[in-house]
Write a protein that binds this ligand. Structure first.
Ligand SMILES: [Mg+2]
Ligand SMILES: [Zn+2]
Length: 189
């Protein structure tokens, strides 16, 4: 069976408006064109997988149960716009956490590629044909480490003012729709 291509998406600042340590489903709002971009990728055969670092769990700011509620709400909001997610992976760990069982040097926290490798096994993904889209340097490096192309969205941490300089990306876009257009229009990318 042929392997699939996938688009890996960061959550905060890429799909959702960035809220530091977002901890309540009430705080969620989708970024402009996020759902439309996801729809376009899916229409062209890409699996859509969310990969998100959630060290707020290790830091004791919220628990996994709360995170499930947030993700359920996000998936629902996207589904309402016809943008279904095929998989969602999160890393709850951090070496400086305060909750003992999450205080580890794991293999999944971006820029490590653990979440990508798990998803690739489970969904039979060809990582060399896949794309990572995010708003931070860590996302760009994670994409590279997983063997994907990296695309920077300039609407989150790395806003237009260039507050945080980012390198290691292959493309820079303003939102997910622009990214989807680059990779789904014939003759490009
Ligand atoms: Mg982000
Ligand atoms: Zn982890």
């Amino acid at each position: 069976m042929k392997k699939r291509k996938a688009v890996f998406l960061d959550r905060d600042g890429t799909i959702l408006v960035h809220e530091p340590y977002l901890s309540s489903p009430d705080q969620l709002s989708l970024l402009p064109n996020a759902a439309e971009g996801i729809r376009l990728f899916k229409k062209h055969g890409y699996l859509v997988i969310v990969v998100t670092n959630q060290s707020g769990i290790a830091r004791g700011l919220f628990d996994e149960e709360r995170l499930m509620l947030i993700h359920k709400k996000m998936m629902g909001m996207l589904e309402n716009e016809g943008a279904n997610i095929d998989g969602l992976y999160y890393c709850p760990h951090h070496t400086e956490g305060i909750i003992e069982r999450y205080k580890i040097d794991c293999d999944c926290r971006k820029p490590k590629p653990g979440m990508f490798l798990d998803a690739a096994r489970r969904h039979r993904i060809d990582l060399s044909q896949s794309i990572m889209i995010g708003d931070s340097e860590v996302d760009m490096l994670a994409g590279k480490n997983a063997g994907c192309k990296s695309v920077l969205v300039r609407n989150g941490c790395a806003g237009d003012a260039g507050i945080v300089p980012v390198m290691n990306m292959d493309y820079v876009v303003k939102d997910l729709l622009e990214a989807a257009k680059i990779f789904t229009c014939k003759g490009k990318a």
